[in-house]
Design a protein around this ligand. Structure first.
Ligand code: PLP
Length: 241
């Protein structure tokens, strides 16, 4: 069985290849190791191997695990919330995480902003459902290219979120459909990038980050402009539940 360090080396080599294919710098792509379901010991092993960014998707799981990890390392880890957040959990999320990828309503944004202590900034990404899959969380953005009303609505929601004090709205996130061939996900990633350009221009607010790409498709996502890739199984193996 390969170690986490070996898996990580392979993922980093694949990221470098994808950057090479698309003329991008590896410095512009941050690998987030998605550690959901895995225990603190596994995260500490990944930290030893050089990982500093971790993604988790459940508040309950994170509440014990994250402080446990932090009490056992001097490395300053950046924690990314990548799962759906219920508004009533906003306070816990704001206390535990550095970046929230999954802001999918103005209501959640208001709750997160209200939960921040004076002077604290929270980076957030707006989750867009650009593929139109019914099961996906996120703003319903599937028809943003076809229907100007959808674009207007998304711009209005984003404007409201930008107005929240303490939130640094730094980009968009999406989850592509699970498919065997990553090429099928390419138009979804390209669509998110296009939407980012339109919103940034309409609102005159830069949205530098695109969080897209997982174990099966991060190479294609990088070719389409991902700056944050969320990789779990390729680093940690199959999830534990
Ligand atoms: C679990 C998860 C990932 C990582 O998925 P893998 O297929 O294990 O790489 C990425 N993004 C989100 C939102 C997830 O929930």
């Amino acid at each position: 069985m390969k170690t986490i360090a070996e898996h990580l080396g392979q993922v980093q080599a694949n990221i470098a290849d994808a950057c090479g294919r698309s003329g991008r710098s590896v410095n512009d792509v941050t690998l987030i190791a998605v550690s959901k379901t895995h225990p603190a010991e596994t995260i500490l092993e990944a930290i030893e191997a050089g990982v500093q960014h971790f993604g988790e998707n459940r508040v309950e799981e994170s509440q014990a695990k994250l402080p446990d990890v932090m009490s056992r390392t001097s490395v300053r880890v950046t924690w990314h919330m990548i799962g759906h957040v219920q508004s009533r959990k906003a306070k816990d999320v704001a206390a535990l995480f550095d970046i929230v990828h999954s802001v999918d309503s103005a209501k959640l944004a208001r709750r997160l902003a209200a939960a921040l202590p004076e002077g604290r900034m929270l980076r957030v990404l707006l989750q867009m459902n650009v593929s139109g899959e019914a099961s996906k969380e996120g703003f319903d953005a599937a028809r943003w290219q076809a229907d100007p009303a959808v674009c207007q609505w998304l711009a209005q929601e984003t404007r409201e979120i930008l107005a929240q004090p303490g939130l640094d709205v730094c980009g968009l996130m999406t989850i592509a459909p699970i498919v065997d061939d990553p090429e099928i996900a390419r138009p979804v990633f390209a669509s998110l990038r296009g939407l980012r350009e339109v919103l940034a221009e309409t609102l005159n607010h830069p949205l530098p980050h695109l969080s897209m790409g997982m174990t099966d498709d991060y190479g294609v996502a990088i070719e389409e402009g991902a700056t944050l890739v969320r990789v779990g199984r390729a680093i940690f193996g199959e999830r534990l539940r």
